[in-house]
Design a protein around this ligand. Structure first.
Ligand code: NCD
Ligand code: ZN
Length: 361
């Protein structure tokens, strides 16, 4: 009896923990309605702010729609101080005046470029970037970042090459035309994207997801087809995963945290045409801590998760903290989501880090 109490005390005393400035998620899907109510609290419990993607149906293309969506998100996280940072969905016809209004609104922090048909709910996306040039001109003037889903949709291009081809066909010409436009290359997956971001000027940054750091493409075919490891951009080869790990370990401020947590009901993933998207909001910061710890770069986690993002967006860093303990936790097989369920990343597996508490600095 006494002995076991001693072991418990020892375990508490020797638990490794880290305290970092409260992080932000610079790429997040919160959905709407009852799904929003189910998933938003996961994010609010660990992140201070999040850039909320606008790919609802219908898409959030106007400031008016963004205000209403913001209200629904705030209702879903009532009782927390979570701050949603809203985005507009760029279409072929987004008027430059909408950008002016977005900039004035103060709560819209970016405009999302989805090439039409590239991913979930992207049917209203851009068919030809040249059509958006007057709008991009206005964004450049306003300093409003363009958030890019960087994949071509050309069916002739192999699905594993779509990011690389997008850099060549779209991003390089775009930067030539708009050298002062702030661009976030979202959820990068390849060594090509890492090189491109590093070689570009200070106005080009990138978000990196936990799942692209944790897994290579084998994870989609591990003993059978694994729909819960299917997302877009799709997981890539091991050498690309290693390039992403090197990028975050390097402490380069162009790379920052963006989960791309994208919940879909279990039944919509486990289907003959399963949706793209991985839900990681349930344990996002713990997963990133696990990754940084694994590569011996835990001291670089805070800057990646809490400094580089706000610095890029020109926003203040948070002044609260979050503490993580090196205590194992087992991820549930699923979580309730509206009247269905969602399968989280690493379902049923144990990860070594766990959030302790939030408190003022
Ligand atoms: C996202 C979704 O489900 O909204 N899916 C995904 O695989 N990441 C859309 C996106 O960001 O591509
Ligand atoms: Zn996304």
């Amino acid at each position: 009896m006494l002995q076991s109490a001693w072991y418990i005390i020892q375990a508490i005393m020797t638990t490794e923990s880290i305290t970092i400035t409260r992080p932000d998620d610079w790429h997040l899907h919160l959905r709407d309605g009852d799904i929003l109510k189910s998933v938003a609290p996961f994010t609010a419990k660990q992140f201070q702010r999040a850039i909320v993607m606008p790919n609802l149906v219908p898409a959030i293309t106007t400031v008016r729609q963004a205000v209403d969506y913001l209200d629904r998100i705030l209702a879903a996280v009532e009782g927390t101080d979570f701050e949603p940072l809203m985005t507009l969905y760029l279409t072929d016809n987004t008027p430059a005046e909408e950008i002016v209004a977005a900039h004035k609104s103060c709560f819209i922090k970016g405009v999302k470029l989805y090439p039409a048909g590239a991913t979930t709910n992207s049917d209203d996306g851009v068919t030809d970037i040249h059509r958006c040039y007057p709008t991009l001109e206005e964004m450049q003037r306003a300093g409003l970042p363009l958030l890019v889903h960087g994949e071509v949709t050309d069916s002739e291009v192999d699905v594993f090459d779509r990011e690389k081809v997008f850099i060549e066909r779209v991003l390089i010409p775009l930067i030539d035309t708009f050298p002062n436009l702030k661009i976030v290359f979202e959820h990068i997956t390849t060594a090509d994207a890492v090189d491109f971001v590093m070689e570009s000027g200070p106005r080009v940054g990138a978000t990196v997801t936990a799942h692209h750091l944790l897994y290579n493409r084998n994870a989609m075919f591990d003993g059978g087809i694994r729909p819960h490891h299917y997302c877009l951009p799709v997981l890539k080869r091991e050498r690309h995963r290693r390039a992403l790990l090197e990028a975050i370990a390097s402490g380069n401020s162009k790379f920052f945290l963006g989960t791309d947590s994208a919940p879909h009901a279990k039944s919509r993933k486990e289907s003959d045409c399963g949706c793209a998207g991985i839900f990681s909001a349930h344990a996002a910061i713990e997963l990133y801590a696990t990754i940084f710890d694994d590569i011996g770069a835990l001291d670089r986690l805070e800057a990646f998760a809490s400094f580089f993002g706000p610095d890029f967006y020109g926003l203040p860093r948070n002044n609260k903290t979050i503490t993580l303990d090196k205590i194992a936790q087992t991820i549930p097989d699923s979580y309730p989501m509206a009247d269905q369920s969602v399968v989280p990343l690493m379902a049923g597996q144990t990860i070594p880090w766990k959030i302790k508490s939030n408190h003022d600095k």
